[in-house]
Design a protein around this ligand. Structure first.
Ligand code: PAF
Length: 279
C-alpha cells in the first residue's frame, strides 16, 4: 500500500484510473470501516482510503484534540484489506490557507437533527468531502448508514454538483450486543459500554411500535426520550422521519406507507452516540 500525503503526488499516482473506489475516514479504524473497504472493492478498483481528522467539522467544544489517532494500527488494517493507496494528508496539505470557500448544505437538511446540535458540522463535512473527491476523483465512494444524515447530504451534494462519483451506502456494523461501531465508543467506561446497546434496543422498540400501527410519532419520540433520560442518558433527539428527506411524516405520508427511519443522538456520560434504524 502506498501512503501519500501530498495532493500532487496522489494525483500522479491515480492518473488514468477510471474506476477508483474511495472510502474517506478520520482513522481509528474498526471493523465497520473495514466493511466499507470490502464493499468498495466490489464496486471499483483500485480502492483508495483516506485518513484525515477534519478540524472544520468539529465545533469549538467538541473532541477534535482528543479524537483517537491510531495511524500505525490503521495502516496495518488497511494493508490487510488490500487497499492500494492511503491518502493521509496533514492539515497543511489539506488546508494550506484558510478554507474560505465552503459547501453550504440546504438548511432544511443541514440544520436539522445533527445539524441543529452540531452547528456547522455538515458544512465542514461536505467541504472536506468535496475536496477529497477533487483530489481522488473516484467513480464511487462508500459511506456508512450509521451516519444517516451525512450519507444523504453527501449523496445530494454529489447529485446537485453533477459530480462523477456515485455514493454507495454501507450497512451499519454492530457489535454482538447491537451497539453500532464507532470510534467514539472508545471513550466509554466499562459501565457505560454495558449500557450503550440500550440505544439500539430502544430504536428497535420504536420501530416495532410503528410497524404494529402506533402512528402518534410525537408520543413515541417523547416516550423513548423519557426512557433514555430515565436511564441516565441525555438525549438530544429521537426522531421518526421520512427516509427520503428526513422531514417528519405527515398523516398522508403515513397513510401512503412512506418509508421511515428512526434517528437518535444521546449522550452517555460525556460520550455522544448516534444511531438509526430503517423502519
Ligand atoms: O464520517 C466520517 O468519518 C467523516 O465525517 C468523513 C466523511 C471522513 C469526513 O471527514
Amino acid at each position: 500500500m502506498k501512503i501519500i500525503s501530498s495532493i500532487d503526488e496522489l494525483r500522479d499516482q491515480l492518473r488514468g484510473q477510471l474506476r477508483t473506489a474511495f472510502v474517506p475516514t478520520m482513522g481509528n479504524l474498526h471493523e465497520g470501516h473495514l466493511s466499507l473497504m470490502r464493499l468498495a472493492r466490489k464496486h471499483g478498483d483500485p480502492v483508495v482510503a483516506s485518513i484525515f481528522v477534519n478540524r472544520l467539522q468539529f465545533g469549538p467544544n467538541e473532541d477534535f484534540d482528543k479524537y483517537p489517532r491510531t495511524f500505525q494500527a490503521d495502516i496495518d488494517k488497511l494493508e490487510k484489506e488490500g487497499v492500494y493507496v492511503l491518502f493521509a494528508p496533514t492539515e497543511r496539505d489539506m488546508y494550506p490557507e484558510p478554507q474560505e470557500y465552503r459547501v453550504q448544505p440546504p438548511n432544511t437538511l443541514g440544520n436539522i437533527l445533527e445539524g441543529e446540535f452540531r452547528p456547522g458540522f455538515f458544512t465542514g463535512v461536505t467541504t472536506i468531502v468535496l475536496k477529497l473527491f477533487s483530489c481522488v476523483q473516484p467513480r464511487v465512494a462508500v459511506f456508512g448508514k450509521k451516519d444517516y444524515q451525512q450519507l444523504m447530504i453527501v449523496r445530494n451534494m454529489s447529485k446537485q454538483f453533477a459530480l462523477p462519483t456515485e455514493i454507495i451506502a454501507a450497512e451499519t456494523w454492530r457489535a454482538d450486543d447491537g451497539l453500532a461501531l464507532s470510534s467514539r465508543n472508545g471513550y466509554l467506561s466499562a459501565e457505560e459500554r454495558a449500557e450503550a446497546p440500550q440505544l439500539y434496543r430502544l430504536l428497535n422498540e420504536v420501530a416495532d411500535e410503528v410497524r404494529s400501527g402506533h402512528l402518534d410519532m410525537f408520543e413515541l419520540e417523547r416516550t423513548a426520550m423519557a426512557r433514555l433520560a430515565g436511564r441516565g442518558w441525555k438525549p438530544d433527539y429521537i426522531a421518526i422521519r421520512k427516509r427520503s428527506d428526513l422531514q417528519p411524516p405527515t398523516g398522508g405520508d403515513l397513510a401512503n406507507n412512506e418509508p421511515l427511519v428512526v434517528v437518535a443522538a444521546a449522550k452517555l456520560g460525556t460520550t455522544r452516540l448516534i444511531d438509526n434504524l430503517e423502519i
